[in-house]
Design a protein around this ligand. Structure first.
Ligand code: ADP
Ligand code: ZN
Length: 675
């Protein structure tokens, strides 16, 4: 089945919502650095200063020392036998003679220090000087308790750094649920995965019953439950159990919930982690966390690893090589890839990951043997919203008058999480007014409040917009139903999905070659959206941008590469070299190509308008049905327009045993032709 997104919203592409995730703000390390710098600076300058301000000192030779004492400069002498040094404190009146500066600079008790040869010699010298009257002070001894102080000054900066480091580590350790304290340091490389298991502290049994709607996604993950429960059934037949599934969809649509439900149904442990948890400021931490996560998981196998927001690590590599890239993220991603390759398919570990942008993920992640399954989890449509409401209304005491249909209708574009939020908000509002049960008015107030809060963040649309989108999508449907060669329609929705506001699904025919008529019919159907907008709303909108882009590319392809226009028949200007700046045709031809493209698209646009006017009644009925139900299927379209008079080629092939066309499919120009 092929899906074609239509009606891109060109302006609001930002669907990320901060509501649900409770990430703690990253700690700012700047101030820590400042503290360290200040402390070191203080030590550097103050260390010198401390000695100078109190007491100036100077190292001198023993001869000089003898000279000073003989001159009668000495006030008192303190010898340290441990060090073999002696300090001579200088008499105030001789400070200038020794230090060449005044008391202001040297302090009250400056001293000079020397190393003496032997204590006996020193004592002999001092006694001699005393007798001569050159020295009248005391000779005393001291132990070197000072060295402790010195040691302290040497070690203190180191201690300070270690202390600050520990502090940072502890902060990080705590934020991830580590056991803090000293453990923090050693826990950087540990994964922060939250483990949900039987009998564990945060045991919670989520089952498929808790996930409302999402029928197709549920069906796909059902298989994973089977793999986990009964792997032998598959491996005995030689099948390989998939390693990973990627849940793709906007935030709040229940991706985490689905993964949890898989774990709950299969009754296996569930490791949950966010992609951004891997990425830390320290080099190599991400990779070691990945390793640790897989090690833990293998111990608990069979189990499920769930990585939320995998785009935080899985963004395509090397795309931004010019801008330096992010080596840490790349090495984390590489480790993840290695781990996914590393464990055997039968180890019982299945990785589920969620993202809302599968297109930016590294191709290596999506390769077979890794996340080779993609499961789309879309915003709920009307009926699904009803189901989600039912789930979340269960614990709430509601008034009998409450009409769930109405609620579902009032909340187009809401995700499951938004609906859960509405229910909660309504209960709060009712409680604030002291009501016994939550009434319809409370719900309406809650919806208003959430719409107000969400307006810019998610695709909440107004009635008017919904109508326009319905007219647009009905335009596609009407035309494709009524043109012979257009692909048969399967389903049309106006539920916003990814960046598209609505979509029509077609069953493309399996064909090796496509004729000009088929391409033109397709083009006409693609233009049907905008044509319907112009005809029935009187305005054209940005919503058709994606359609127009496709049509333009298609037309250029048909004219420049496939020789399908009358003005440029049988010419192919296909250029195999991707980065060649030369056009293989003249300026005049370029103009002709542009002209022909315009002509072709205009023709098809007029044709689409013509057809829409002919089928105006049916189109209006279809649009109304879309507004009402949000999703309609081929059967509904058939009821309006009647059965398509043409049998599709696929069916034709099935009924008549005719050989398929034997013509050569188009091929790229061969080497000789290119030269
Ligand atoms: P995602 O991982 O896709 O961002 P979550 O799985 O975390 O979204 O969903 C957030 C919450 O929204 C869930 O805990 C649940 O309460 C609610 N929710 C979302 N989708 C559904 C759903 N289909 N059925 C029931 N509840 C849902
Ligand atoms: Zn469209």
């Amino acid at each position: 089945m092929e899906e074609q997104d239509h009606l891109k919203n060109a302006t609001s592409q930002n669907t990320s919502r901060n509501g649900g995730n409770n990430k703690k703000p990253r700690m700012s390390f700047t101030w820590v650095y400042i503290v360290i710098a200040l402390a070191l600076g203080y030590l550097f300058f103050a260390g010198d200063d401390l000695q100078k301000s109190g007491t100036a000192s100077k190292n001198i030779t023993y001869t000089q020392f003898q000279e000073y004492v003989e001159n009668g400069y000495a006030n008192k002498i303190v010898a340290n036998k441990d060090e073999g040094t002696a300090r001579m404190y200088v008499k105030p009146e001789h400070i200038r003679d020794v230090f060449k500066s005044g008391v202001e600079q040297t302090g009250k008790q400056p001293y000079v220090q020397t190393e003496y040869g032997s204590p006996d010699k020193l004592e002999e010298f001092i006694t001699q000087q005393k007798e001569l009257g050159n020295f009248t002070g005391e000779l005393s001894y001291r132990r070197s308790n000072d060295t402790l102080m010195q040691l302290f000054w040497n070690v203190f900066p180191l201690l300070l750094i270690i202390f600050v480091w520990m502090f940072i580590m502890r902060r990080m350790g705590n934020s991830g649920g580590g056991f803090g304290g000293m453990g923090g340091i050693f826990n950087v490389g540990r994964s922060r995965a939250q483990l949900v298991e039987k009998g564990g502290e945060n045991e919670s049994k989520v089952t498929f019953k808790d996930v409302a709607g999402q029928a197709s996604a549920k069906q796909e993950v059902q298989e994973i439950v089977e793999f986990l429960k009964n792997p032998k059934k598959f491996t005995d037949l030689g099948g390989k159990i998939p390693k990973g599934a990627l849940l793709v969809g906007p935030p709040g649509t229940g991706k985490t919930l689905l993964a949890k439900a898989v774990a709950g149904e299969a009754d296996v442990p569930f490791f949950s982690m966010s992609g951004s948890d891997f990425v830390e400021m320290f080099v190599g931490v991400g990779a070691s966390r990945v390793r640790d996560l897989f090690r833990q998981a293998k111990e608990k196998a069979p189990c499920i690893i769930f990585i939320d927001e995998i785009d935080a690590v899985g963004r395509a590599r090397a795309n931004n090589a010019m801008m330096g890239g992010n080596d840490e993220r790349e090495s984390t991603l590489n480790q993840l890839l290695t781990e996914m390759d590393g464990f055997g398919t039968n180890s019982g570990v299945i990785i589920m990951a969620a993202t809302n942008r599968a297109d930016i993920l590294d191709k290596a992640l999506l390769r077979a043997g890794r996340f080779d399954r993609q499961i789309h989890v879309d915003l709920p449509d009307l009926n699904e919203r009803k189901a989600v409401f039912k789930v979340h209304l269960k614990p709430i005491k509601v008034d009998k008058s409450l009409d769930i249909d109405l609620l579902a209708r009032q909340t187009p574009g809401f995700s499951g999480a938004d609906i859960a939020n509405v229910c909660n908000e309504a209960a709060l509002i009712a409680a604030r007014h002291g009501k016994q049960a939550v009434t319809k008015e409370d719900f309406i107030a809650a919806v208003d409040r959430i719409v107000g809060g969400l307006e810019k963040k998610t695709k909440v649309m107004t009635e008017e917009e919904k109508r326009t989108i319905a007219l647009h999508e009905a335009g596609h449907a009407t035309i494709s139903w009524n043109l012979q060669y257009a692909n048969p329609l399967i389903k049309v929705t106006i539920v916003p999905r990814g960046r598209a506001l609505g979509a029509a699904w077609y069953l493309p025919e399996e064909r090796q070659i496509t004729t000009r008529e088929q391409m033109l019919d397709e083009m006409c159907a693609t233009l049907g959206g905008r044509a319907a907008e112009e005809l029935f709303t009187g305005h054209i909108s940005s919503g058709a941008m994606n359609d127009l882009e496709r049509v333009t590319k298609q037309a250029y392809g048909m004219i420049a590469y496939m020789g399908m226009s009358d003005a440029l028949p049988n010419l192919c200007y296909y250029n195999q070299q991707e980065y060649s700046w030369q056009r293989p045709y003249s300026e005049a031809t370029a103009q002709l190509i542009d002209q022909e493209v315009k002509r072709m698209i205009n023709e098809q646009y007029e044709r689409a308008k013509q057809l829409l006017l002919e089928k105006q009644k049916g189109h209006a009925a279809l649009a109304n049905l879309l507004v009402e139900r949000e999703v309609i299927y081929a059967e509904d379209v058939e009821k309006i327009f009647g059965k398509r008079p043409w049998v599709s080629r696929t069916e034709e092939l099935l009924t008549s045993q005719e050989e398929p066309a034997t013509e050569q499919p188009e091929t790229e120009p061969s080497e000789e032709q290119k030269a």
